[in-house]
Design a protein around this ligand. Structure first.
Ligand code: ZN
Length: 196
């Protein structure tokens, strides 16, 4: 028997087995058909946490079970984090690199660009996971009324903060470039050389 079960949609539930140091997650239907989410990211462990987050170095994926219970659409946020984990295998440690240099002065813009690209890509992989599950008979897309609602949800929940921070960063940088240079340049900075 699972430790906990969260109803997602129709007769589909998320079953959680609380192991000693990781969670086993399964989608299950009343027909007893089930699919393991762990099998999609076999080298990672799932842990209950305050938010959805992947820790690539420690190979764990945090998920907030309360949030999923309150709003089953949040299962897509889990798929997104799994997307990061799958990306890493494909693209090396690009993501961690992006995070690391994203905060640095010299790498600010480049890092943020990488990070935004990585976020978009992880959502794409997340949707791919949802399609794979749908093909196995576990369709979670009906959690959203239509494609429009889904993409609006993704934008609002996933990408907006990154896009905003990127746009803000670029705007601030452009601003300081324009105003900074003006402020720093004295009016008579270029003196004509006197030739005698
Ligand atoms: Zn992400």
């Amino acid at each position: 028997m699972p430790n906990e079960s969260i109803r997602l949609i129709g007769d589909m539930s998320l079953e959680i087995d609380d192991g000693r140091d990781s969670l086993e997650l399964r989608l299950r239907k009343r027909s007893h058909a089930h699919v393991s989410l762990r099998a999609l990211v076999p080298t990672y462990t799932f842990l209950d946490g305050a938010k959805f987050q992947v820790h690539l170095g420690g190979k764990c994926i945090y998920l907030n079970l309360d949030l999923i219970a309150k709003d089953p659409r949040q299962i897509f946020a889990l798929f997104h984090e799994m997307g990061h984990a799958i990306n890493v295998h494909r693209r090396g440690l690009l993501y961690e690199l992006a995070v690391r240099i994203g905060g640095g002065k010299w790498g600010g813009l480049y890092g943020r660009k990488l990070l935004l690209a990585e976020e978009r890509h992880a959502w794409a992989v997340g949707l791919h996971i949802a399609r794979q599950l749908r093909d196995k008979g576990f369709d979670l897309f009906p959690l959203f009324q239509n494609k429009d609602r889904l993409s609006r949800w993704l934008r609002w929940n996933g990408l907006r903060s990154y896009e905003k921070s990127f746009a803000q960063f670029v705007a601030e940088r452009e601003g300081s470039r324009v105003f900074g240079i003006q402020a720093r340049t004295p009016k008579k900075s270029v003196r004509k050389k006197k030739y005698s």
